[in-house]
Design a protein around this ligand. Structure first.
Ligand SMILES: [Zn+2]
Ligand SMILES: [Zn+2]
Length: 562
């Protein structure tokens, strides 16, 4: 039996404080807890803040002190900035994540209010949707007295829970596209009992059991994750959710995230290992965390090799997801595993094998990527093409493609290598007969000779491979590319015709974006390109948006996951 990790990538993590606002709900000095995490050698820490509530949704304690600005509007607005400052201060020391716990306050004003709050935390890593308040204005997680008051209004335990689940379902229907995670799904157990029909919801024919089963299915169908929240254990009512709910979630293939929902520095790290034991008991061997709304997979085990494989997997998931718009990123992809990654076949129930092919393939609707950390084996076959030795600076490759295009020559594949000394080499394979190739070489020699030190065309050359250690994008939609990944990568899917690629290269050259590596591939009329580049992300995104209709897809990929 493998050991469980003693660190967790929390999602519902540490509640960030309210600064100068009146109500205390979370930790004010975020530095204290970051220092504590660094001391413990933790790679990451996750902060979360409640979205501010409407005045009608107040805990008794808040009413008694006449606090109107619930949980701090100002501190909420300052929150992204505070996190940005923290990230700057602790750069290179620890990864800092942050999210929002979005309050459900009904589908009227509450919904518009909450939507507006999402915009104020635009760069959040995740958003958790939580129901803390009944429309009657009473909290589920306030005092026992408040819960008793609500119970009296609703008449029975079943009705009490039924109302809560109705609100959950309503929240998912209204917020479904804005949240990634469902917070503490059985929160009311904090103050009231669970009725028999809910304790045995799997088999009960009571309408409440049916409603709860439906709720879980809605969560599965919407690709939302379930918050496994240790605050319930901390408060003595057991982890949210109960073990049998979690087992059902596992069968429905609902991803889980783990968190301690900590509100005080001194409890940081409490129940980390227990949370992993708890999900393992229900069948889970992994959980998710989030980076910029994209789910990352995490193993529950303290196993170095497995963690390395998860790092590759997460890079792949980020890569594939960044080819989709935000609202489709949450949709869980399908997986294929081969070679050293076959142990994932046991972890992913519906994944499929690729035999000895040492790679991970991740698929979603009509897109797929294949990724590995194995350096590709150098292929040994003869090719015809153009070898270039040139200065390693923006625009050089573009000028080469420009000249070739002007002679009607279409480049089929390209490989680049920076020598890291201001020079670079490239090899371009050329399709068909090319009596014009010598013209092109002459032209380059005559017009931009200072950029190129050597340019030779060979009919029968050994294919240079330029492969180093790294993580490789092997294929895009099944088309071979073999690009070693860098911090910033451009992927395009375009019409495979002369001159089309030149549009992209010229666009990059016009903004002084340097191409560090470039791989091309194609299948019939569809061309693919993968470029490792260096330059300003916003500039790159702006020009990728303007490439025109021959580009079916043009995405800048950046990696945030660790
Ligand atoms: Zn909560
Ligand atoms: Zn919370």
């Amino acid at each position: 039996m493998k050991e469980f990790n003693d660190f967790i990538w929390e999602t519902h993590g540490i509640h960030a404080g309210t600064e100068q606002d009146h109500v205390k709900h979370g930790i004010d000095r975020l530095e204290d807890i970051v220092d504590k995490a660094i001391e413990a050698n933790h790679p990451s820490i996750s902060f979360i803040i409640h979205s501010p509530r409407l005045t009608n949704f107040r805990y008794i304690a808040e009413r008694d002190t006449n606090v109107k600005f619930i949980r701090g509007n100002q501190s909420y607005l300052n929150y992204p900035k505070r996190i940005a400052n923290l990230r700057e201060k602790y750069d290179g020391k620890i990864n800092i994540k942050y999210g929002v716990e979005l309050e459900w306050m009904g589908s009227d004003l509450g919904l518009q209010w909450s939507r507006s709050k999402i915009f104020q935390a635009e760069d959040a890593d995740f958003v958790i949707g939580s129901v803390h308040f009944a429309p009657e204005g009473l909290p589920y997680d306030g005092s026992i007295e408040e819960a008793q008051e609500l119970l009296k209004i609703r008449g029975s335990l079943e009705n009490y829970w039924d109302g809560y689940f109705n609100e959950m379902i309503e929240m998912i229907e209204a917020f479904g596209d804005m949240i990634q995670v469902i917070g503490h799904i059985d929160l009311p157990k904090l103050n009231v009992e669970m009725p028999e029909s809910l304790i045995h919801f799997e088999t009960s024919s009571h309408p409440l059991a049916n409603k709860f089963r439906t709720l879980l299915e809605i969560i599965a169908d919407r690709n939302l994750a379930l918050d496994v929240n240790m605050a319930g254990k901390f408060k003595g009512v057991g982890v949210y959710p109960t073990q049998n709910i979690l087992k059902r979630a596992y069968k429905l293939q609902i991803p889980v995230c783990v968190g301690t929902d900590t509100h005080h520095v001194k409890y940081y790290g409490l129940n980390f290992k227990e949370s992993l034991e708890y999900i393992y008991q229900a069948g889970y061997q992994q959980y998710v965390s989030y980076s910029k709304l994209i789910p990352e997979k995490r193993t529950i085990f303290d196993d170095h090799d497995l963690k390395v494989k998860y790092t590759i997997l997460n890079k792949g998931i980020e890569l594939l997801n960044q080819r989709f718009h935000d609202n489709r990123r949450r949709i869980i992809p399908d997986f294929s595993f081969g070679g050293s990654f076959t142990e994932f076949l046991d972890i992913y129930n519906n994944s499929i094998g690729m035999g000895g092919y040492n790679a991970i393939r991740i698929r979603k609707s009509d897109k797929s990527i294949t990724i590995t950390n194995e350096t590709p084996i150098a292929e040994k076959y003869k090719v015809k093409g153009l070898f270039s030795e040139h200065l390693d600076k923006p625009g050089v490759i573009s000028s080469l493609f420009n000249t070739l295009a002007s002679e009607g020559i279409n480049v089929e594949t390209a490989r680049l290598k920076s020598n890291n000394d201001g020079t670079a080499v490239a090899f371009l394979t050329i399709k068909g007969e090319n009596e014009n190739i010598e013209n092109a070489i002459d032209f380059i020699g005559g017009t931009s000779g200072e950029l190129f030190t050597k340019l030779t065309y060979k009919e029968d050359a050994d294919l240079p491979n330029y492969y180093n250690d790294g993580v490789y994008l092997l294929e895009l939609d099944g088309v071979e590319l073999k690009l070693p990944l860098r911090e910033k990568v451009i992927l395009t899917k375009h019409e495979n015709a002369p001159g089309v690629l030149l549009i992209l290269l010229s666009a990059l050259a016009s903004k002084n974006i340097n191409i560090v590596d470039l791989r091309l591939g194609n299948r019939n009329r569809i061309g693919y390109s993968a470029l490792a580049i260096e330059g300003d992300s916003n500039t790159i995104r702006r020009l990728l948006n303007k490439l025109g209709s021959q580009y079916f897809e043009a995405n800048l990929i950046e990696f945030h996951s660790m």
